[in-house]
Design a protein around this ligand. Structure first.
Ligand code: NI
Length: 199
């Protein structure tokens, strides 16, 4: 997911990373709509290994640099069920979270509408209704199983990111008209950017 403010990105990089990590991690390109890769269904990770952790490190750095609050592996073109997230506010310490093979094992009927954005649909925000609490099961950075309830922004964000694992974008929850408007906006911005750089 994307946020509107961006002053946190660099501060987060300084505080969370050791010098070795900064050398080893790399910022990846984030795919945007209508790239068909974003519609792929991601496959489960068999074992959480150092390669998986390297992927999560790269994803976190890419997300902080964007800046965003959540990122799924498919957004950098890797079809694995891996998500990174950091919901810390601007004045709070960074709090990275890592999810491998996340599942929703229970949810509630009550829906909550949040204004969502997505790094794959830059500069477009719309309200989406989702269950306001979900019970999650996932593997963490170390491959340990975690079961917990998510609520508030955490619930919204994890459902948004888990949609990515199934090739679903938040604009797929909107009307066809709004979805087309979002895609047109992103395509136009990409074209304008290309024109600028070729001039
Ligand atoms: Ni997204």
């Amino acid at each position: 997911m994307a946020v509107i403010t961006d002053s946190q990105a660099l501060a987060n990089l300084d505080e969370t990373l050791s010098p070795t990590q900064i050398v080893e991690m790399s910022i990846k390109q984030i795919l945007t709509v209508p790239n068909p890769v974003l519609k792929q269904v991601s496959r489960p990770v068999e074992n959480v290994t150092d390669d998986t952790r390297k992927l999560m490190d790269d994803m976190l750095q890419t997300m902080y640099a964007a800046p965003g609050i959540g990122l799924a592996a498919i957004q950098i073109g890797i079809p694995l069920r891996v998500i990174v997230m950091d919901l810390a506010g601007e004045d709070e310490k960074p709090a990275p979270r890592y999810f491998v093979n996340p599942e929703i094992i229970e949810d509630v009927e009550e829906l909550k509408a949040w204004e969502e954005g997505c790094l794959s649909v830059p500069d477009f925000y719309e309200e989406v209704e989702r269950p306001e609490r979900v019970k999650l099961r996932y593997l963490n950075y170390y491959g340990e199983e975690v079961v917990e309830w998510a609520e508030g922004m955490y619930a919204t964000c994890i459902q948004h990111e888990m949609d990515h694992l199934n090739g679903v974008l938040f604009i797929d929850h909107l009307s066809r008209l709004k979805r087309q408007r979002a895609i047109r906006k992103v395509k136009k911005a990409a074209r304008d950017k290309q024109l600028e750089t070729s001039e």
